[in-house]
Design a binder for this molecule. Sequence first.
Ligand SMILES: *[C@@H]1O[C@H](CO)[C@@H](O)[C@H](O)[C@H]1NC(C)=O
Ligand SMILES: *[C@@H]1O[C@H](CO)[C@@H](O)[C@H](O)[C@H]1NC(C)=O
Ligand SMILES: *[C@@H]1O[C@H](CO)[C@@H](O)[C@H](O)[C@H]1NC(C)=O
Ligand SMILES: *[C@@H]1O[C@H](CO)[C@@H](O)[C@H](O)[C@H]1NC(C)=O
Ligand SMILES: *[C@@H]1O[C@H](CO)[C@@H](O)[C@H](O)[C@H]1NC(C)=O
Ligand SMILES: *[C@@H]1O[C@H](CO)[C@@H](O)[C@H](O)[C@H]1NC(C)=O
Length: 505
Amino acid sequence: MLLVSALVVLTGHSLAQECQKRDYGNDGHVCVCNSTYCDTVPPPNRVEPPSYLIYTSNKAGLRFAKSEGRFIESNEISDKTIQIHPNEKYQEIFGWGGAFTDSTGVNLNSLDEPAQDNLLRAYFSNDGIEYSLCRVPIGGTDFSERGYSYDDGDEDPKLENFQLAPEDFKLKIPFIKKAQNLTGGNLRFFASVWTAPKWMKTNREYNGMWGFLRYEMYQSWADYFVKFFDKYSEQGIQFWGLVTGNEPSLAMVPFTKINSVAWTPAMLSTWVRDNLGPTIRNSSYSKIKIMMLDDQRLFLPWYPKLVLNDETTHKYVDGIAVHWYYDFLLSPRLLTETHDSFPDKFLLATEACHGDKPFQKHVDLGSWFRGEEYAKDIIQDVQNWVTGWVDWNMALNLQGGPTYIKNFVDSPIIVNSSAGEFYKQPMFYALGHFSKFVQRGSIRLGSSTFCDNVMVVAFQRPDNATAVVILNRANKVVPVTVVDNARGSTKLNLSESSITTMLYW
Ligand SMILES: *[C@@H]1O[C@H](CO)[C@@H](O)[C@H](O)[C@H]1NC(C)=O
Ligand SMILES: *[C@@H]1O[C@H](CO)[C@@H](O)[C@H](O)[C@H]1NC(C)=O
Ligand SMILES: *[C@@H]1O[C@H](CO)[C@@H](O)[C@H](O)[C@H]1NC(C)=O
Ligand SMILES: *[C@@H]1O[C@H](CO)[C@@H](O)[C@H](O)[C@H]1NC(C)=O
Ligand SMILES: *[C@@H]1O[C@H](CO)[C@@H](O)[C@H](O)[C@H]1NC(C)=O
Ligand SMILES: *[C@@H]1O[C@H](CO)[C@@H](O)[C@H](O)[C@H]1NC(C)=O
């Protein structure tokens, strides 16, 4: 027994467990994990110049396939050059992750404990993709098995009946703690709320059109956040950030069943200025990052401009949170415009998923396309000042739920509980090409590419390594020359439909 563990310690560091591929007739495949097996990607070993490491995942089937190459002393510029500009420095990276929704907890609980542990290790451990920044809903979302808040029942402005829900204890807190442990305490959380208690809202419902917060409840609603942080703090869970509320625009969408609180920019500005801002800054959570918006690119930059127009509100807000759902219609330049208007407010991508549109397949097992779209969106965001990218549900079932309002969508991990298995989708690997190799505290570097189908973004990591992520969206091999004047140049063949992370110290 002792000998076996010693061997694991000696060799485990560099030995990756391979993906167990399964093909569902899609343009890609999934990797199957269960209670005894899951593919891994061990931490990269440092290599000395002029060597570099390279990790590749592609449509044809590679998953974090590792190899090594060497720069040569040449500044050769070919017509297909990816250029890294190590002296051009941009924003700092805050992290990557997903959301601890109730549904994620339901699906984790549908597996036996060893399989649960494999799933959490896949996201959080150092032989997984090392998530560092996760979203925790305050109460229920559309990915719950019922609608609820923490103070249901009669009007209670002093929040005397505030209490956490059974969901917190069964579906969130135990997994949050395990995840935190797997990262060695490195995981940060931000909180996001969907709905207020019905009695706080003008329409007395969790969802529906024009469900604003009643003005006389503004202070109670700010106190509600502090109560939540108190209760989680009692459980040993501390928060790095909060957002003022998930997708205020939902309450302007006819027939939506998703819980929400409606905020016009003027109302939000008033509430943050007079209630949330002073309450948080005067609480034990005074250092928490306050983010506004948590909504689509469509709101940039005009909504933040209207909210932050007030000098006092401006002082309380640290960042602007954006969701991805209509990114395909809107230029990422809107992010840069927002950054240019408010250079002291960070931008963070706080929700994304595929399969949300009625005409789309909700769960699409093995879709390489969906993984590629994740990578594309991340690169566009980060090239336009976004400081991190946080996915939606970390695990859903085969249908894309549970969701009590049948709002089924896709997830990077799909659980098949009757088989005791879970499936790591191409989206998991796409996100992992960033989350694993670009730690919090990395700085984005300048980089340039030669065509739209080959996208690139580069970072300087806290350990001074350079990480370069390259997405080849072309359905063919693309030979490129990567040039970093501080190192030299190297030729790479980017395989068709591939994501590559290059690392050099
Ligand atoms: C788990 O997966 C591994 C690798 O595919 C396989 O060998 C093993 O039989 C599976 N275990 C169970 C309990 O299904
Ligand atoms: C993780 O859990 C183990 C076992 O309970 C404990 O010894 C260790 O201190 C924990 N690590 C962190 C960072 O919480
Ligand atoms: C903070 O709380 C103290 C004591 O309750 C109060 O006097 C002070 O005005 C508060 N400050 C702010 C910024 O709200
Ligand atoms: C889920 O597992 C069941 C039981 O093993 C199996 O019959 C079914 O085909 C699996 N579904 C998928 C999509 O793999
Ligand atoms: C990174 O480089 C800077 C400047 O050369 C140096 O001061 C710092 O100690 C380096 N950090 C590490 C972790 O090597
Ligand atoms: C790229 O592929 C071409 C054609 O197969 C081959 O000649 C060349 O050596 C490859 N280059 C590298 C860097 O692997």
